[in-house]
Write a protein that binds this ligand. Structure first.
Ligand SMILES: Cc1ncc(COP(=O)(O)O)c(C=O)c1O
Length: 448
């Protein structure tokens, strides 16, 4: 199978998107030594309010004993307060993220590709590297984001035209539905799930039915493979491979929003994996059809508004173009600060930090599960959490209505979310009814 042709994937908007011409000139020349800037808009470094940054590192950081982060080098202090003129992000952090993705996921796209003329079967990284008839690697690039929500908004606009069909898990991160896909008037195609995520047979059946009925086929599948929001489902390697094979069969782009990737604890608090993590779809992607989103929100803190997108070069270039045209890149202070922190920690310190976080979530999951076993046996079913922040309870008592639990649990000082608020069919129906109400209101005001 030939690699995905991304030129064929862009929305009409993305086809028209151009790099702002001034941005191109400024980023090309502004870093040249001795250049006198008479072009527009870059404030001089000595006009910035801060001349150093000093931050205490909390005990949660398991890096070197040093507990202070000092940014004093004038170039760094100034870079942290300047525009981000490199559309991919602050280069040292881009490089850190690229190395991390490459080492944790070992993307198949970084390896020589099997020659499409001699093989159609996907290969594992080890078998493809020993294949004699190999084409060039597709490649993988990383672009920093302002967190996954902002990246998702860009990616949907890059890949979908208003009204396009899009596949997603039947329960999902509601923000994506309410903030992005419904306002774009996309046709949402919720795929049934079990405790391991998307059901491949259901996905295949849905697409077959649409094809037979002559309906437009979706070209994008959005999914959350690890510690899924909201069900907590973890897609194992076998399920992932089945879904990937279907993506090949139906020529889908997989957008993996792996916000809870770092929070894996399949063996509980006593044996957390650290950086020995179950990799994502990127690791098996031989066609360059996977877009991977990572965020630092659940790892270091959402206030930094930082993450990255990893994917084939054509996708990364278009994403960088969107970034340049919207925010002019992720927050520089966050990027410089986080890069300094990660450098100070080194891989070992970073792994220590990740492991203590995993332990913490694993312990909380164990407590929640013990409480459920004590109080909800016979009333609800659940799956022991193996990753992420979510525990999904399915009420089994006859006539049980989860929405009624909100009032009862909030009276006890506990906030829960009933399933219908995060169910795609429910969100769709609610949006339809809001739209009908607005139409009725508009019609009645016209009559008056
Ligand atoms: C699946 C998923 N994606 C993305 C986000 C938001 O990430 P960010 O803070 O990077 O925008 C969340 C936050 O709850 C999430 O659950």
């Amino acid at each position: 199978m030939a690699p995905v042709n991304w030129e064929d994937r862009w929305s009409t908007e993305a086809q028209l998107k151009q790099l702002p011409s001034l941005h191109g000139i400024v980023s090309k020349f502004s870093t040249m030594a001795g250049m006198i800037g008479m072009h527009g808009g870059l404030p001089p470094a000595d006009s910035f309010p801060f001349n150093y940054f000093n931050a205490g590192i909390s005990a949660a950081g398991h890096g070197p004993a040093d507990t202070e982060l000092q940014i004093v080098e004038p170039q760094l202090v100034s870079a942290a307060q300047q525009y981000n003129m490199n559309a991919e992000g602050y280069a040292p952090l881009v490089s850190w993220a690229h190395n991390m993705v490459a080492s944790l996921h070992q993307p198949a796209t970084l390896l020589p590709q099997p020659n499409p003329n001699t093989s159609t079967a996907p290969t594992t990284p080890s078998s493809s590297s020993s294949c004699s008839s190999e084409a060039e690697p597709i490649g993988m690039q990383v672009v920093m984001t302002q967190g996954s929500s902002a990246a998702l908004d860009c990616l949907f606009r890059m890949l979908l035209n208003p009204g396009d069909p899009v596949l997603l898990e039947e329960y999902t991160y509601a923000h994506v539905v309410e903030a992005d896909l419904l306002p774009m008037r996309c046709e949402l195609l919720p795929v049934p799930m079990d405790s391991h995520g998307l059901l491949p047979a259901a996905l295949d059946a849905m697409l077959t039915q649409r094809s037979v009925a002559g309906l437009a086929l979706p070209r994008l599948l959005y999914c959350i493979p690890t510690g899924q929001n909201p069900t907590g489902a973890v897609m194992g390697p076998e399920r992932m491979r089945q879904v990937y094979e279907l993506a090949r069969k139906w020529d889908l782009i997989i957008l993996e929003d792996d916000a809870y990737f770092w929070l894996q604890y399949p063996q509980g608090p006593e044996a957390v994996p650290g950086l020995n993590l179950r990799p994502g779809f990127l690791s098996i992607d031989v066609d360059g059809r996977v877009i991977r989103l990572d965020t630092l929100s659940k790892l270091l803190g959402p206030g930094f508004r930082l993450g990255w997108v990893a994917g084939p070069p054509a996708l990364a270039a278009k994403f960088a173009l969107y970034t340049a045209g919207t925010s002019i890149g992720a927050n520089m202070l966050s990027q410089v600060m986080i890069h300094q922190l990660l450098t100070k920690w080194g891989r070992q310190g970073f792994e220590g930090f990740v492991a203590q976080l995993q332990r913490r979530y694993a312990q909380q999951a164990a407590v929640a599960e013990a409480a459920a076993a004590q109080h909800l046996a016979g009333l609800a079913e659940w799956q022991a959490a193996e990753a992420g922040m979510f525990m999904w309870l399915r009420m089994t008592a006859p006539g049980a209505d989860s929405s009624k639990l909100i009032e009862a649990s909030s009276a006890e000082g506990v906030m829960i979310v009933p399933g219908n608020l995060i169910s795609v069919p429910h969100l769709q129906a609610a949006a339809r009814s809001r739209q009908q109400q607005q139409q009725r209101k508009a019609a009645s005001s016209t009559v008056m």
